[in-house]
Design a protein around this ligand. Structure first.
Ligand SMILES: *Cc1c(COP(=O)(O)O)cnc(C)c1O
Length: 378
């Protein structure tokens, strides 16, 4: 038989499972033995460890990253008449949540180098909303896109100037840091996701909320369990069924043990890509004084045609890539009506030229070299 070229997978959870070894199975077995599948002891243990890991005062596990965002906004009673500012270049969940609550997402353009929310445009958009006088500016959601931190210092300054609640959509960046501190307390609330493909991923859905404020933390705990008060049958407010389940917490406890090593491996791969690809594509621009969780390593091509051709050629060589995101949110059918129609040129251009390369921690050096060699030959 001819030799078969091995594939380079975008994500390899089977290899990670092998690396986790016995600890994973021990953690899962413990849950099967005690049987507390809802809010069992692993949930509290994980919340404590995650808060310590990122330096946040409080952590509340949730059923997903999306529910974490929703609970944070419900706690602020954000709803009809409120404007929530967020980048147009992000995952759909960021915009979906304000709309579910009856608020209006106001799409903001992104920085052409880091792809993070553009603070100058954020200010412009807030002024636009104030000038129109129809909506109340209430909150800004900064997204730590692809694993790098959003410009939190500037976002916070603008937010305090206009009295906005700050929410960090840290779904892609748990473990990343800014100015020497891990993300988790850069905003009034920080939401993360444990979707399996995120840097710290469960074997199903999961998420968490972080805050420095004890009253907010208590409210989040109430909201994730149907708005309960002092007991399960004391209903204080309208909430959700939004808890992190015990089995996922057990999986995450096992994965947290190897997480720092995984972050280091992702960084190592990013540096290799940086060094060897900088002549042929636009490599990611690093956010100053930060480390990335490298959920995604995305490069820019000169045109859509060049991007699409490269993706097809890589696929032919057995190398999986992905386009995050092919469409900015203001162009999505579901959000078009909520958008005021202005163009957001950077988000539009980036979406048409971006390509994400494999960067999971189980990539072998030889596989990284294959991706690089393939791109060079194309
Ligand atoms: C994944 C993701 C979410 C949603 O997280 P889920 O756990 O899938 O609900 C929200 N925002 C961003 C930016 C994401 O990447």
């Amino acid at each position: 038989m001819d030799h078969i070229t091995p594939t380079v997978a975008f994500l390899d959870l089977a290899a990670q499972q092998t690396r986790l070894g016995a600890s994973l199975r021990q953690r899962i077995s413990a849950v099967l033995a005690h049987g507390q599948f809802i809010l069992g002891p692993e949930v509290a243990e994980l919340e404590k460890k995650l808060a310590e890991f990122c330096g946040a005062a409080h952590c509340v596990g949730t059923s997903s990253g999306t529910d974490a965002l929703q609970i944070a906004m419900m706690a602020e009673q954000i709803g009809p008449g409120d404007a929530v500012f967020l980048p147009a270049f992000t995952y759909t969940a960021t915009a979906e949540v304000p709309l579910l609550l009856g608020a209006r997402p106001i799409f903001v353009d992104v920085d052409p180098h880091t792809f993070q929310i553009d603070p100058l445009h954020l200010e412009e958009r807030i002024e636009m909303v104030l000038h129109e006088g129809k909506l109340r500016p209430r909150a800004v959601i900064g997204v730590d896109l692809f694993g790098q931190p959003a410009p939190w210092k500037t976002i916070s300054r603008i937010a305090s100037q206009y009295g906005l609640f700050t929410l960090d959509d840290c779904a892609q960046a748990f473990g990343a840091s800014l100015n020497g501190e891990r993300l988790g307390h850069m905003a009034d609330a920080t939401a993360t996701s444990f979707f399996p493909s995120k840097p710290l991923g469960a074997y199903g859905d999961g998420g968490a909320l972080f805050t420095q404020n004890i009253d907010r933390a208590a409210l989040y705990r109430s909201l994730r369990t149907h708005g309960e008060g002092t007991s399960r049958y004391d209903v204080q407010r309208i909430g959700l069924n939004g808890r992190l389940d015990t089995l996922q917490a057990a999986v995450l406890l096992a994965k947290l043990e190897i997480f720092e090593n995984e972050l280091a491996r992702r960084e190592e791969i990013a540096r290799t890509y940086d060094a060897q690809l900088q002549e042929i594509v636009k490599i990611p621009t690093r956010v100053e004084n930060s480390t990335s969780a490298w959920a995604i390593y995305a490069v820019l091509f000169e045109s859509t045609a060049a991007r699409d051709a490269a993706q097809a050629a890589l696929q032919e060589r057995g190398i999986s890539t992905a386009v995050y995101y092919p469409k900015p949110l203001h162009h999505q059918p579901a959000y078009r009506d909520a958008h005021d129609g202005i163009s957001l040129p950077t988000a539009e251009t980036v979406a048409s030229r971006i390509l994400a390369l494999p960067i999971h921690p189980d990539l072998a050096d030889e596989q990284v070299e294959r991706v690089i060699a393939a791109l060079i030959s194309i």
